[in-house]
Design a protein. Structure first.
Length: 262
């Protein structure tokens, strides 16, 4: 049953509220053959686009998912494309007349049909090192997919601690609603930033590192053990989650601010 028929039947009393909710829930799930079930209602329900984790999917599967998503949705994030598939998916998306937004050093892309208006909140994104940029850009793409503006600054880690102060000043002046801090090695930048601002901070440990505590373990442990209050931590290299949480916070702040002005 189509969504307008469901609502019409509810209005006419032919469906109960619980029956309508069940049918609407089914309407928001789209099957792609037998290998994928897409949550096409997520954007309306949660303000977040569908995200496809591409790393362990076949090229043909990714293409079918993209085509199916855009039958009902305006945007899609495709994360962690393997190197050989990246240019093929970009080319395929363009053949579907989709706009492709890429990130520096990132294997994640944002696809959309109609332009995304950045009318939500504002998110600051920092990296400790240049090697952390790919994860930060992944977070940025998710924030932009969720209508947030982003202020970014890269390579401002504690190895040259003086670099962070003018950057934080700009972010505070820009009235960011949340700050994402992406850091590998010992991950100290997230604690430092959290100790200096009254803004929610999301720490993203990255797998940059070697020896004892390699592959992000030291950075994750450091952030989890931080004694500075006001920071939350996501999993290693999880720019997707950081972007979604930050944008959710920023958009709620933005909505509340607009309501207060009315």
């Amino acid at each position: 049953m189509e969504i307008d028929k469901i609502l019409g039947s509810l209005k006419e009393g032919n469906l109960s509220v619980s029956e309508a909710k069940k049918l609407l829930a089914l309407y928001s799930i789209e099957k792609v053959e037998e290998f994928a079930k897409l949550d096409t209602g997520r954007q309306n329900r949660r303000g977040m686009p569908e995200v496809v984790f591409a790393e362990n999917k076949e090229l043909g599967e990714i293409k079918k998912i993209i085509k199916k998503v855009f039958e009902k949705s305006n945007s899609l994030v495709v994360s962690r494309l393997v190197k050989q598939d990246y240019p093929k998916i970009v080319s395929y998306a363009k053949r579907l007349k989709l706009t492709v937004k890429t990130g520096i050093k990132s294997s994640t892309i944002l696809l959309y049909k109609k332009p995304i208006k950045l009318k939500g909140g504002t998110v600051g994104i920092l990296t400790a090192g240049t090697s952390d940029i790919g994860v930060a850009e992944e977070a940025k793409l998710v924030c932009e997919a969720m209508n947030c503006k982003c202020i970014t600054s890269f390579d401002v880690g504690v190895a040259g601690i003086h670099r962070i102060f003018p950057v934080l000043k700009d972010m505070v002046s820009g009235d960011v609603d949340c700050i994402i801090v992406v850091a590998g090695m010992e991950g100290a930048l997230a604690t430092l930033v959290t100790s200096m601002v009254d803004i929610p901070v999301i720490g993203v440990p990255t797998s940059v590192g070697y020896g004892y505590g390699e592959k992000g373990i030291a950075s994750l442990a450091s952030m989890l053990q931080s004694c500075t209050l006001g920071m939350s931590v996501v999993n290693i290299d999880n720019g997707i989650a950081a972007g979604a949480i930050a944008a959710n916070i920023a958009n709620r702040v933005s909505r509340k601010s607009k309501q207060d002005k009315c």
